[in-house]
Design a protein around this ligand. Structure first.
Ligand SMILES: [Zn+2]
Length: 177
C-alpha cells in the first residue's frame, strides 16, 4: 500500500511535469492553447485513472488484490494511453493552427483530421496544405504567395508571385539628376 501511495505521488509529479511542459513550454507555437490544455487534461486523467485502477483492481494469480504490483502496471498503462491522447489532441491542434496560419479553412480540416480514419485525414492535410506565407515587411503578419497586398496593413507586396520576374517599383522620381 505504501508503494502504491508513493507511486501515486510520483505519478502526480510526472503529470505536473508533462502538463507544465505541454502548456507552458514551446512544444509548438502553432498548436492553440485550448488544444494544449485539453491534451494535458486527458493525459492527467489517463495517468491518474491508470494508477488508481491498477492499485484497486489488479489481482495476483491467487485472486487477491495486489496494489503494490497493480499501481506500477496501472501507471505504465495510464501513461501509454495518456501519451496517445496527448499526441492525438496536439496533432489535431497543430492541423487547426497550421491551417489558420496558411489561410486555409481550419475547422473543415480539423474535422477531416478528426473523422477520416487511420490518420489518413492527417496525411491528406500534409499533402494538400498550402505553402507557408512569408512575413509582411511592414507588419510581420503571414502573407500567402498569391496575395498582392497585405490583408492586415494593406501594404503592397513586391515579391514576384511564383516565378514571374517583376522589377520592384524603385524611386523613379528624384533618381534623375
Ligand atoms: Zn502588413
Amino acid at each position: 500500500m505504501i508503494i502504491a501511495l508513493l507511486l501515486l505521488v510520483f505519478a502526480v509529479f510526472a503529470v505536473v511535469l508533462v502538463v507544465g511542459i505541454v502548456v507552458r513550454g514551446s512544444i509548438s507555437n502553432v498548436v492553440p492553447r485550448p488544444a494544449k490544455l485539453i491534451a494535458a487534461t486527458l493525459f492527467s486523467i489517463a495517468v491518474t485513472v491508470g494508477v488508481v485502477a491498477g492499485a484497486l483492481e489488479f489481482r495476483n494469480t491467487g485472486g487477491l488484490r495486489a496494489p503494490a504490483l497493480g499501481a506500477p502496471i496501472g501507471l505504465l498503462g495510464g501513461t501509454l494511453v495518456g501519451c496517445l491522447f496527448l499526441i492525438w489532441v496536439l496533432g489535431l491542434g497543430y492541423v487547426y493552427g497550421d491551417a489558420r496560419r496558411r489561410k486555409m479553412p481550419a475547422v473543415p480540416w480539423l474535422l477531416v483530421a478528426l473523422f477520416v480514419p487511420n490518420l489518413l485525414g492527417f496525411l491528406l492535410y500534409f499533402v494538400l496544405r498550402k505553402p507557408l506565407g512569408r512575413p509582411c515587411p511592414q507588419c510581420g503578419q503571414a502573407i500567402t504567395p498569391e496575395q498582392r497586398f497585405c490583408s492586415w496593413c494593406g501594404v503592397q507586396q513586391y515579391a514576384p508571385p511564383y516565378g514571374t520576374t517583376v522589377a520592384p517599383p524603385g524611386p523613379t522620381e528624384g533618381a534623375v539628376g
